[in-house]
Design a protein. Structure first.
Length: 148
């Protein structure tokens, strides 16, 4: 019998669907409140102990390392726990929104201020003084007028 994903989630997490980390997520593991390593959650399977789960992690280091931790849902979702007296915490990594997405939303004919400034500078290649620094046109420098 093949279980649907929702039914499997319900069985695994005792009727509660986790809002946090699930299989396939990237996590950052903290040891003693300091970032230690990144890992990908490969599998979350019920353990023989009720309300505990075997969490298989692919530790992203060289060489790769696979570990299985037995954790409860709150620990999987970011609460601090201890192993051998060392405080640990797994934090789901959320991909930050890229600035390129905001730029892509601009109108195609609309140019940003930085682009306009580059065009203005290219149109006036003569040397100029700007806060003590002298800008020299490479074209005039190559012709022998090294000072502009």
């Amino acid at each position: 019998m093949v279980l649907q994903e929702d039914a499997l989630t319900e069985i695994k997490f005792g009727g509660e669907s986790p809002d946090g980390t699930v299989e396939g997520d990237l996590v950052l593991v903290y040891m003693e409140d300091k970032p230690a390593f990144f890992a990908r959650v490969e599998a979350i399977e019920p353990d023989v102990k009720p309300e505990w789960f075997q969490v298989k992690l692919l530790v992203l280091q060289v060489p790769l390392l696979v570990v299985t931790w037995i954790l409860r849902v709150p620990y999987i979702n970011g609460e601090t726990f201890t192993m051998g007296g060392t405080p640990l915490r797994m934090e789901k990594v959320v991909v930050p929104e890229e600035p390129a997405e905001a730029e892509a939303e601009e109108a195609p004919g609309d140019r940003g201020a930085g682009e306009k400034a580059l065009e203005e500078e290219a149109e006036a290649p003569e040397a100029r003084e700007d806060e003590g620094a002298k800008v020299v046109s490479l074209a005039s420098w190559k012709k022998g007028g090294k000072d502009g």
